[in-house]
Design a protein around this ligand. Structure first.
Ligand SMILES: [Mn+2]
Length: 486
């Protein structure tokens, strides 16, 4: 085991000791977690082991940790506060509102500052939390150090890591500490890793629908266009779409049919769709399967599972996502499938809005769009991600997306491409610096490739001016003085 990994295990062990000690004293646990798939998975893993210990706890899922969330709970007596998939970036407000020795942070975002609060965070062990392990991954390591039987939760940590798009290894494989978690899952017989066509809903959807619903990669002319997908499959790929009157899924195809589908898709992507060879190749990759889940449910494919949890969060039903993670499979699964399809419809509507002229504005070093009260502030980050990764908007500059928040503030979501990050762009540090200069009420956090902020309404223009300058500096820092060295 590497020295870095053993340092992370050491942190996890300390956290688990603290949790067990609190269980002994019968303290009340308050878990606060993040709204996305990783946050829901992290909260579920943590809840599961507390349930098993018969500990009393309350779980709250938030889009962003704000001071008011902490003020509401600061007077809770005999409580331990566990933050999962958030907290490290909000150490300041946590220290201000809660007694530091009753706080535990389980996170993978860069720590805001030094603290006496007990934390499990890969960054503190020299491991990159943006790519090598997720919040649910850290929660998993803690669960595992409490009791080895908790290794059955490895698939949830994989679902969380995929939700945070950590599958940046070769052929969309998870890497770093995530590899260890995948191994655990495989050894426990609760996870399988194979290579195949990366279409959305490979276990559940009719092939044309799987193709239509795939947005990573976004295939211009096919993604979101059912008619075009049907035509492509019948005229180009020429495979039977039905078997005995039932629609076939990708997982029903023979090896030969899969090969034909892939080769026609790649030809289409490189040809009429004008995609890069890299994007076209990305249609094939590593797939993570949960073999214990029923066939033809969205929970068999870890990416689909993660999309489902994400939809629950964004559609204001995070509790439903937790119920699924905790094993609810009857009514909950039905309900979640209808929520996922509502969510897809909503996203498609927003994408349509983005392609209308005048909605995305280009500045020198960045681009932005303002969803006002039209785009839900819980979904604005997803829209920004899909927009830039799909090429619906230009990919040469990072994008900043705004939406009005229910509390009268404005939510900002920033997204960059891998290439931009290689060029020196760090959106997390750019947003933190800009918001700090902008106003005391604002908050910001995140990674180099994806970051978010909360600012006072009306300060958007000023923020963009600041960001434009900071990003210019970040780019020149990498390409200017050091140019010859790369
Ligand atoms: Mn996360």
């Amino acid at each position: 085991m590497s020295e870095k990994l053993s340092r992370l295990y050491e942190q996890c062990k300390k956290v688990s000791e603290k949790i067990l000690e609190a269980c002994e004293k019968d303290l009340f646990f308050r878990i606060i977690s993040h709204l996305d798939a990783d946050g829901i998975a992290a909260a579920s893993i943590t809840s599961s082991f507390l349930l098993k210990r018969k500990a009393r706890f309350h779980l709250r899922i938030v889009q962003q940790l704000r001071e008011e969330n902490l003020r509401e709970i600061k007077d809770s007596k005999d409580s331990v506060f566990i933050f999962t998939d958030l907290g490290s970036g909000q150490i300041g407000i946590i220290e201000k509102n809660l007694p530091p020795d009753s706080v535990i942070i389980i996170d993978h975002h860069p720590p805001e500052k030094e603290t006496t609060i007990i934390q499990a965070n890969p960054h503190l062990a020299g491991i990159d939390g943006a790519t090598e392990i997720s919040g649910s991954g850290v929660a998993y390591l803690i669960a595992k150090s409490i009791d080895e039987s908790n290794m059955k939760y490895a698939p949830l940590a994989v679902v969380g890591a995929l939700g945070d798009r950590q599958d940046k290894g070769e052929q969309h494989r998870l890497f770093g500490v995530n590899t260890e978690i995948v191994k655990d899952g495989i050894n426990q017989g609760v996870l399988e890793e194979t290579t195949g066509v990366r279409l959305f809903g490979r276990e559940t959807r009719p092939i044309a629908m799987a193709l239509e619903y795939t947005t990573d990669p976004f295939i211009p002319g096919l993604s979101g266009n059912h008619g075009a997908c049907l035509k492509f499959l019948t005229e180009k790929v020429k495979i039977p779409l039905k078997d005995n009157g039932n629609w076939r899924t990708i997982s029903d195809l023979t090896q030969e049919e899969k090969t034909k589908l892939v080769s026609e898709l790649i030809q289409y992507m490189l040809g009429p769709a004008e995609m890069t060879p890299e994007e076209a190749q990305s249609i094939v990759g590593v797939i993570y399967i949960l073999p214990k889940e029923e066939k033809q449910t969205p929970l068999r494919d870890a990416r689909e599972y993660s999309a489902l949890l994400n939809a629950c969060g964004r559609m204001r039903k995070p509790g439903l996502g937790v119920a699924i993670c905790l094993g609810d499979r009857s009514k909950a699964l039905e309900e979640v499938e209808s929520i996922t399809s509502d969510y897809r419809e909503k996203l498609a509507g927003y994408m349509g809005w983005l392609t209308k002229p005048g909605n995305v504005i280009q500045e020198e070093h960045l681009q932005y769009f303002h969803g006002g009260n039209l785009i839900d502030d819980r979904i604005i980050g997803t829209i920004a991600s899909i927009a830039i990764s799909s090429g619906i908007i230009p990919q040469d500059k990072p994008v900043f997306a705004f939406a009005e928040s229910s509390d009268g503030m404005v939510k900002v979501s920033a997204r960059a491409t891998d290439y931009q990050v290689q060029q020196g762009i760090d959106l997390g540090s750019a947003l933190r610096a800009a918001v700090k200069e902008l106003s005391p009420e604002g908050t910001a956090g995140g990674h180099n490739i994806a970051a978010g902020a909360h600012i006072a309404a009306g300060t958007e223009t000023k923020l963009l001016q600041l960001l434009n300058k900071i990003i210019e500096k970040q780019l020149s820092g990498k390409n200017g003085p050091n140019k010859g060295k790369h």
